[in-house]
Design a protein around this ligand. Structure first.
Ligand code: ZN
Length: 253
């Protein structure tokens, strides 16, 4: 069984004392790198992971790189997704990918069995990017700031068509977030079985100046496909809203 990032991190946290520092976690950078040899951003990923663990109420931040464990309870689902974490990555797209990927590793789960986490596949895996470590169901996770339209970006065209023909199309998890409020708003799942060949549209090959010149991606038409809700906006009760309203300054701050 493959080990998920969530499991690896849970093991590390269990080895740490009740109060620890960022550098205590960064000591495991090499060890974690062995499980993720293709990931050149382990340091950034560890920092992002601590953020998610805080949102899930596994640890608390005490400032100046100091943390404490809250309890040994199971991590709570958290819609918080913070893109402002300082990471030593400059590409906005790369930051978005890393932040979404880390959020997904701790908050998403297998839909086909009761596994509570998904394993990130190697970056060069065609078509899918996550796998269930137990039942091997494969997923492609897509994120968007705002709502998805009736087409979503797919992977490389040819491998996608081949996967559809062979009945090996992964299931899609579409995560819609709102960057302004650092929160995931909706998440839906679409079965890979519902994607037919005529829904896979080739894109124009990437230009000669692109890093992957000549690469042909695809888009997927998803209108009319059955979807299952995975994440829904949480409800705020009227009393809490009124409290916030009463405390809301009437003047600009
Ligand atoms: Zn599974």
């Amino acid at each position: 069984m493959q080990r998920s990032w969530k499991d690896l991190v849970a093991e590390i946290v269990s080895r740490l004392p009740s109060h620890f520092e960022l550098r205590d976690v960064l000591k495991y950078e090499r060890e974690l790198g062995l499980y993720y040899p293709n990931n050149s951003h382990i340091d950034a990923k560890i920092r992002q992971t601590l953020q998610v663990l805080r949102d899930q109420r596994v640890i608390a931040f005490e400032g100046r790189g100091r943390y404490s464990k809250i309890n040994a309870a199971k991590p709570q689902f958290s819609p918080l997704i913070d893109f402002t974490v300082p990471l030593n990555i400059t590409s906005r797209a790369q930051v978005a990918r890393l932040v979404l990927e880390t959020w997904a590793e701790f908050n998403l789960f297998c839909l086909n069995c009761d596994a509570d986490s998904l394993v990130r596949l190697a970056a060069n895996t065609p078509v899918a990017d996550f796998e269930c470590g137990v039942c091997e169901a494969r997923y492609q996770v897509k994120g968007k700031d705002g709502r998805f339209s009736s087409v979503i970006p797919g992977a490389a065209y040819q491998p996608t068509i081949e996967a559809v023909r062979a009945g090996r199309c992964p299931d899609y998890l579409l995560i819609e977030y709102d960057r302004r409020f650092s929160t995931v708003v909706f998440g839906v799942a679409i079965s890979g079985q519902s994607i037919t060949e005529n829904r896979v549209i080739a894109r124009a090959p990437l230009g000669a100046t692109a890093r992957r010149a000549g690469w042909i991606g695809c888009t997927l038409r998803i209108e009319g496909l059955p979807m299952v809700s995975v994440v829904e906006p949480h409800v705020v009760d009227p009393a809490t809203v009124r409290e916030r309203w009463a405390a809301n300054p009437r003047e600009p701050t």
